[in-house]
Design a binder for this molecule. Structure first.
Ligand code: URA
Length: 479
């Protein structure tokens, strides 16, 4: 029996190295005992093999990514299972994606659990500001993930909070981001933050900035499972805040400045009214029904009806377009007109089944100007996108997709905060709301506007390629 002790930091990369060396040395899975750091050692184990000539184990990208994710699970058997599976895959004894194979099924399930844990970390880490001497602001957070995901999850924070210094401490690993450089270390016992008066101060602060008009109980509870509450300073306040929210919302409305800039005041007022009167959004049907009566912005007036999203509530993939067009407005369904046909063709060619996808728009009413008998599409403006983001957020929180494809500038603006530079961003995966990844692509309607067949064919191929990418990302995260 050979013992392989993997380091706590860089575990996955070390496993890869060791697995290659063991495979090259012809070591069978039964001969290897794996552990991390100072885990329980096999007393009869020999020293690790790490000097064999690495043999290239050929695996698909999807298999490699999924195995890497599964290696971030806390199951102690994950290393042995991954090693045995890699050997079987490279010997051709099993095919990647074969769900009748118990080990592959388990790897897929572990990778999915890890993905969920990463998503929760992105959503629930709460930073406290620290006194800083230099020009950069400094923050610290404590978080307890279910799995050892710190190295996989924290590059997201580096991207999002790249202009600050911060440290995220977990029970095992601490991520430190200093002057734009992310590094990891093992957490020492005294790194755990004390539950002292500073925490109380923080909580008081949270209570004062807490906006009850934005409180939606069911969405909040589904996004913030109770097990995470203990690490959220604000969590102790939640039951009380939920109880007082309607009254405080009215107080806030009454306390609003009487003469703020007109547009902002109108937006704030209508959002406040809608949120206070909103349903608890327990189901998609309830949400659709509530959205049908939305009068939150002027677009509802001329439009025939609200065109809400459609698709399965457990869809792993969510597609977001701009707004319904003429035909969608009449049919009451998204993407059924000419742009919808382009989308359907590209999706089908990319191997996506529309009946398994949730399809919706950033804005739920058709915006147009009448010209003779025709209604000419108008781009929604920032304020209209802003208003409707509330519905999109509720849809997203119910569906909880693993990936969102944002088609066009309006969808990008709603989901990532920026709708500019879309040509350069095409094909990139960006952090979206509450950590959900957003794949950026162009809107299918631009294909319809292109002047010649060659340009159309290219644009169709691009859209198909982006949707193929979405499919392979989904498969990699799949279970
Ligand atoms: N364009 C969109 O963005 N959405 C639709 O539903 C139709 C056309």
């Amino acid at each position: 029996m050979r013992q392989v002790v993997l380091p706590v930091i860089g575990t996955v990369a070390a496993w890869r190295r060791e697995a290659r060396a063991l495979a090259a040395a012809g070591v069978s899975p039964e001969q290897v005992a794996w552990c991390v750091g100072e885990g329980e050692h096999d007393l009869f184990a020999q020293n690790p093999v790490s000097t064999g000539i690495p043999r290239e184990i050929r695996l698909s990208k999807a298999a490699l990514q999924t195995i890497d994710s599964a290696l971030c699970h806390s199951d102690p058997e994950r290393f042995a299972r991954a090693y045995a599976t890699v050997l079987r895959l490279s010997n051709g004894n099993v095919r990647w994606g074969d769900r009748s194979d118990q080990a592959i099924r388990r790897i897929l399930a572990d990778a999915k659990a890890v993905g969920r844990d990463i998503h929760k970390m992105h959503a629930f880490v709460r930073f406290r500001e620290l006194p800083a001497d230099g020009p950069r602001r400094a923050f610290a957070a404590w978080f307890e993930p279910e799995h050892p995901i710190v190295e996989a999850a924290t590059p997201f924070f580096a991207k999002r909070f790249g202009d600050m210094d911060w440290v995220i401490t977990t029970p095992t690993v601490t991520a430190t981001f200093l002057d734009g450089k992310l590094s990891f270390s093992q957490t020492r016992a005294h790194d755990r933050p004390p539950e002292d008066a500073t925490e109380d101060l923080w909580r008081t602060y949270y209570a004062s900035i807490f906006n009850p008009a934005r409180l939606m109980v069911s969405a909040m509870q589904s996004e913030m499972p109770k097990k995470y509450w203990k690490n959220l300073p604000e969590a102790r306040l939640i039951p009380d805040l939920i109880r007082k929210a309607p009254r405080r919302a009215v107080e806030m409305r009454d306390a609003m400045p009487t003469d703020p800039p007109a547009r902002r005041a109108a937006v704030a007022r209508s959002m406040l009214e809608r949120e206070v009167s909103a349903p608890e959004a327990g189901s998609l049907d309830e949400l659709r029904e509530a959205a049908a009566g939305c009068t939150g912005c002027p677009l509802h007036g001329p439009a025939t009806q609200t065109v809400f999203g459609e698709g399965p509530v457990d869809a792993p993939l969510m597609i977001v377009g701009e707004q319904p067009g003429d035909q969608e407005d009449l049919a009451g369904r998204p993407f059924v007109g000419p742009a919808g046909q382009e989308f359907d063709m590209a999706a089908q060619a990319a191997g996506l089944d529309r009946s398994l996808i949730y399809v919706t728009n950033a804005v739920k009413h058709f915006k147009f100007v009448p010209r003779g008998k025709r209604r000419i599409h108008q781009r929604p403006n920032v304020s209209e996108i802003e208003h409707c983001r509330w519905w999109l957020n509720l849809e997203r929180r119910l569906i909880q997709p693993q990936l969102i494809v944002a088609m066009g500038a309006s969808a990008c603006a709603s989901l990532t905060g920026s709708g500019t530079g879309i040509l350069k961003r095409r094909g990139s995966v960006e952090p979206g709301p509450e950590g959900t990844p957003v794949l950026v692509t162009l809107h299918p309607s631009h294909i319809l506007r292109l002047p010649d067949d060659l340009a159309k064919a290219r644009a169709r191929a691009d859209l198909q390629a982006d949707l193929e990418r979405a499919r392979s990302l989904m498969e990699a995260a799949a279970a």
